[in-house]
Design a protein around this ligand. Sequence first.
Ligand SMILES: [Zn+2]
Length: 386
Amino acid sequence: MFDGLIGHDVTAARLRDAVRDGSLAPAVLFEGPPAAGKLTAALELGRALNCAAGAPPDCRCASCGNHRALQDPHVLTVGGRDFAAEIAAASAALSRSPAPASRELFVRSVRALTRRFDDLLWTGSEPRLRRLRSRVADLEDRLERSRTGGAADAAAELARAANLEAVSVNAVRAIETWARVATPGVKVIIVEVRRWLPEPASNALLRTVEEPPRRTHFIFTAPSSQALIPTLLSRLARYRFGDRSRADQRRVIAEVFGDPQAAATTIADYLAAAGAAVASAGASDDLRRAAARFCDAALAGGADAAAVPTADRDAGFAFLQACSERLRALLRSPARAAEVQRIERWYRFLDDAAWRVKTMNMSPEATIADIARRMAAGGDPPMRRW
Ligand SMILES: [Zn+2]
């Protein structure tokens, strides 16, 4: 078990020992930057806990087969991640080579998203689920037919519409009820936290984690311990997934994504390149132009909140994303140190604004007006909550 986890030997050994001697804590935190392999490790832990044969790498048992295809009914995953970039990279891998490993990578990257639409997780939010259902079915259909073209765009749209990062209290309650029903398997609940786990969900989860049902394990994944409220954090056994060495990252790109010729030397760069095409396809030319105008004016000291599209929250969010994309592009181009500082400052403000619009239901216009005021007053960007 954990053989496929590249570059985390110490953490993998700790997990392996804990599974073998039955000492694994009922709730754990996998802590580390994006693309460090936390979800891969969490899924592997789910496989290891459910395989009667000790989870060898190529185990042929039915349980491991289900786990490999992310179809095991004992594993539930909530939260958000950058699905589109990973699906884009997996689509490219499958287009380069039809090998079973590429197909598995594609299946797993898409199911990492579609499994978050299990009926159980949407208990109490059925009307919303019904509206998203056709998009989920479309992605599953792409899987059946190995249709890689457009899969990443479809995933990006679905993830945007579903707002998975704002883990709902309804979902947590449904998980708790489900976890307390005895079944033959070991239940594993993976909670992915991209930035900050909203407080209502945190408190609801805390109750369950304090008195974990038998044969149930919670695995939280987060960029840092600050992504969780302290009361919840104090209940978790922590496992560190630090940045992997450059050599190990190259190995992941070569072996997992099957792309030994890639120019990127880090997984984050590799995924960013794969996801860039998706992100820019998501925004219309008009929106990109409006975002560029807004950013240029903001950097020159005159942010205009009236430039933000007000048609609906999705349009506002897309605008904020287009702004972030514009600033990222500026940061990549040569600029003076003072200029870089200003761009980074705005980037942090806008990133926070996008986060608030997405997960806290705030209006984009009011959020922009607020940060324009804080910028003008010389205030500091919000603390990074991840
Ligand atoms: Zn097995």
